[in-house]
Write a protein that binds this ligand. Structure first.
Ligand code: ACO
Length: 339
């Protein structure tokens, strides 16, 4: 699905970003005390040194609280208050509860009483799906100010006995404020592309906990309430589709990849990121990486890596940024924007 910015009076610009992580660091060495692995193996095969893990007994570290902390920072950067938000789109596959949406918990925490609020589930691609939905609301004149959050607490659904997957994941949140601007403004979202392939649903899934499978004692005993993953297959598909969606963004805007100042890919494995950069012939010096410190935080990877680089001054106003993601579903997407 392609959405180029044509035929509308308005366009969308990102005016603020923020991120938040739980306090607890879990190092590779610590993990290797509970599963048969090592710092060397994890670092070499994934690029991850440590990840952050939420304390399930701490209300301040549940999904909506991490989203709240990230949102407050994004609002502050944008110079906006919560009562100016028309819509909250919360991208997550690990909601606080199935009912109600995590977006509603966030609305309450922010006191954003004017906002409509709903969740989007596109797993690790969620933030980009959220941006794409928000862009439609703004361009069609339905909303002026939208908060998009990408936040996940995967640690709750990680099988900590499975060394092939538990080494990868961490918890975190990222948020962005999107505002209405002139159709041809310099700083704006230039394009969004999203896509899905449901035939590959079983490469990454969580069997129980939905309406199809109750969490009975038998289900718990079989760990069916934990994520299941076919890592090798995902790896191959991820490299191919990340390169494809980067190319879609470039081609549809009729620019060269060399004009992109920063590539912000989903952080699932450093080797995936390096393989994509190689395939695109794009220099790694212009690729944002935070997987070493946070692991795969699902829908939070892109906004948190972006936020970090905005705040430390690497990303400058007017630069062209390419967000590029894949996730369970499978789902894919890219957003090209001028910051
Ligand atoms: N420590 C030590 N050894 C391990 C570990 C570990 N943690 N995990 C696997 N191994 C072993 C395997 O058992 C295997 O041993 P064998 O050769 O004796 O059979 C060997 O290491 C190699 O295993 P591979 O699976 O070939 O390792 P690979 O290099 O493919 O790395 C990994 C595995 C890290 C999972 C990689 O395939 C990957 O990152 N895939 C993508 C996963 C992903 O992105 N998931 C999320 C997608 S959706 C979303 O983002 C929510």
């Amino acid at each position: 699905m392609t959405n180029l910015k044509t035929g509308y009076a308005f366009s969308t610009r990102l005016s603020g970003v923020g991120s938040a992580f739980p306090a607890r660091r879990l190092s590779n060495d610590e993990l290797s005390k509970t599963v048969e692995t090592s710092n060397e193996w994890i670092l070499e095969r994934t690029g991850i040194r440590e990840r952050r893990i939420s304390d399930p007994t701490n209300e301040d570290e549940c999904n909506s609280s991490l989203g709240f902390a990230a949102s407050k920072r994004a609002l502050e950067m944008a110079g906006k208050s919560a009562d100016e938000i028309d819509l909250i789109i919360y991208a997550t596959c690990t909601p606080d509860t199935l009912i109600p949406s995590t977006a509603c918990f966030l609305q309450k925490k922010l006191g954003a009483s004017k906002a409509a609020a709903f969740d989007v589930n596109a797993a690790c691609s969620g933030f980009i799906f959220g941006l794409s939905v928000a862009d439609q609301f703004i361009r069609t004149g339905q909303a002026k100010t939208i908060l998009v959050v990408g936040a996940d607490v995967l640690s709750t659904f990680t099988n900590w006995q499975d060394r092939t997957s538990c080494i990868l994941f961490g918890d975190g949140a990222g948020a962005a404020i999107l505002e209405r601007t002139e159709a041809n403004a310099s700083q704006r979202i230039l394009s969004t592309h999203i896509g899905s392939d449901g035939t590959l649903w079983d490469l990454f899934h969580l069997p129980a906990g939905g309406s199809k499978m109750e969490t009975t004692p038998e289900v718990l005993a079989q760990n069916l309430h934990k994520m299941q993953m076919k890592g090798k297959e995902i790896f191959k598909s991820a490299v191919r589709t990340l390169a494809d969606y980067a190319a879609k963004a470039i081609e549809s805007n009729q620019i060269n990849l060399s004009q992109v100042d920063w590539l912000v890919p989903h952080q699932a494995n450093l080797r995936i990121i390096e393989a994509v950069a190689k395939r695109l012939n794009f220099p790694m010096e212009k690729v944002l990486v935070n997987i070493d410190r946070y692991g795969n935080t699902s829908s939070a990877t892109v906004p948190s890596a972006f936020d970090e680089a905005v705040r430390d001054g690497r990303i400058k106003k007017g630069q062209i940024i390419l967000f590029d993601v894949f996730g369970a579903g499978l789902t894919y997407g890219s957003v090209l924007l001028r910051w």
